[in-house]
Design a protein around this ligand. Structure first.
Ligand SMILES: Cc1cc2nc3c(=O)[nH]c(=O)nc-3n(C[C@H](O)[C@H](O)[C@H](O)COP(=O)(O)OP(=O)(O)OC[C@H]3O[C@@H](n4cnc5c(N)ncnc54)[C@H](O)[C@@H]3O)c2cc1C
Length: 401
């Protein structure tokens, strides 16, 4: 048996694994992150950080650096493709509830880089690249992981706790034999990045705009230097066809004719799921982030929810580590985070998609009237802002005790 390192082991150096590592290191707990890839990912995925997530990132000292590299979006807008704006919400209306009353538009790879740079010299923070977790075993005293090196070698390491933040295909979740219940949407989502200036054609557009349409709903998100447009792709279009720049340009032009000649910077095609692990904990192992739950990106809640997971978990682990709380403290993690994932994140993201794609004229009209009324009535707008900023899910988790 390898020697038990007095450390927390973390699988995956994505935003969730690294926020966990930073949070624990700051609380005086040694961590080792094992990352399968030889370097941090540069993939263009999440680009929205919600207000309470920024508050949490401020708690580990990395919010300012991220905000400096991002774009502040003080409002969120809902539009109809035919009639323009339906409703607009201003995060300033919940400025008493957060230190960051806006959505920050910034790619997730900026956060992971900032964390590694900020914590690189911290003795408690270690990261090992090219180390793919392949197996997990545990007993009363500790937990072991099998790691495959880039040269094919296999090594066993042992620590006190393990956080599986190794993404949607989590090897930790599979090793723990925890089902990932839910479903996969038939359509895929295409994200097209372009430097085309949509404000030329829609001067009333805001940096975060969701556009309802029965045939081709989409959303437009501005990030520094470009816009990202996301829309659904019908099952009959092949992956190869949908991933080509020509298809992206033609679809964008079909949607917004003035953008037919827009330069296409990136095209990414995603299969989209709604799944939640049947448990977020097994003994000394925890699941967090995409390893624990995945959802469609409407509302930008996947990574944000994952960061909320590990801030919750690492606070508990720190109290148990420093003997300020007994081990049952850790059971609250699964109870709180799994429930709010189901009640809030899954429900809200599915509802967001259904609203935008509604094809029945009555449903479309009902959505428009409801959103316009919600935006116009201050109490309703405040409640809605708490829902979409995920403050409501955190409040609910706290109520669970
Ligand atoms: C198009 C798109 C847009 C999105 N937009 C948003 C948004 O705006 N806001 C939002 O909140 N969410 C968004 N999401 C979701 C977000 O990208 C994910 O929720 C987020 O990346 C999850 O972070 P994570 O750290 O849990 O997992 P990942 O980012 O997947 O990181 C997992 C890490 O684990 C490593 N790994 C995998 N297997 C192993 C192994 N066996 N051993 C060791 N390491 C391993 C991987 O290499 C990777 O580095 C979006 C997703 C998509 C597809």
């Amino acid at each position: 048996m390898p020697e038990t390192e007095k450390r927390v082991l973390i699988a995956g150096a994505g935003p969730v694994g690294l926020v966990a590592a930073a949070s624990l290191a700051r609380q005086g707990i040694p961590v080792t992150v094992f990352e399968a890839s030889p370097e941090l990912s540069r993939e263009s995925r999440a680009s929205t950080f919600h207000p309470p997530t920024l508050d949490m990132l401020a708690g580990i000292g990395v919010a300012d650096g991220l905000i400096a590299q991002g774009l502040i979006a003080p409002t969120v807008q809902y539009r109809s493709r035919d009639d323009g704006p339906i409703a607009q919400f201003d995060f300033g209306d919940i400025a008493d509830l957060t230190g960051h009353p806006y959505r920050l538009q910034s790619e997730q790879f900026k956060l992971t880089k900032i964390i590694v740079e900020a914590f690189g010299a911290d003795d408690n923070f270690r990261i090992e690249f090219g180390r793919k977790l392949e197996g997990v075993a545990q007993d009363d005293e500790g937990i072991e992981v099998d790691l495959r090196g880039v040269d094919g070698s296999l090594e066993r390491r042992r620590g006190l706790w393990l956080i599986g933040a190794d993404g949607a295909k989590s090897a930790v979740r599979k090793a723990l034999d925890i089902p990932f219940s839910g479903f996969t949407w038939p359509e895929r989502f295409l994200v097209v990045s372009t430097s085309f200036d949509f404000l030329q054609i829609f001067p009333d557009l805001t940096s975060v705009s969701y556009v309802a349409d029965p045939k081709q709903w989409h959303f437009l998100l501005q990030i520094p230097g470009m816009w990202r447009v996301m829309f659904p792709i019908a099952p009959e279009v092949s992956d190869d066809q949908a991933s080509s720049s020509e298809f992206a340009a033609a679809t964008l032009g079909g949607l917004i004719p003035a953008a037919a000649d827009a330069d296409i910077l990136h095209v990414t095609l995603y299969r989209v799921h709604q799944r939640v692990a049947d448990s977020f904990r097994k003994g000394r192992a925890f699941l967090a982030g995409d390893a624990a739950h995945i959802n469609n990106p409407l509302g930008g809640m996947g990574m944000n929810g994952g960061i909320h997971d590990v801030v919750n978990l690492c606070g508990r682990l720190a109290r148990v580590w420093h003997k300020q709380a007994p081990q049952p403290e850790l059971d609250r993690y699964d109870l709180q985070r799994r429930l709010v994932t189901l009640e809030h994140v899954q429900r809200q993201t599915i509802e967001n998609k259904r609203n935008l794609e509604a094809s029945d004229a009555r449903d479309q009209q009902e959505f428009r009237v409801r959103m316009a009324r919600t935006a116009a009535e201050p109490a309703l707008a405040r409640d809605y802002l708490q829902k979409i900023s995920m403050l409501a899910s955190l409040k609910r988790a706290a109520e669970l005790g």
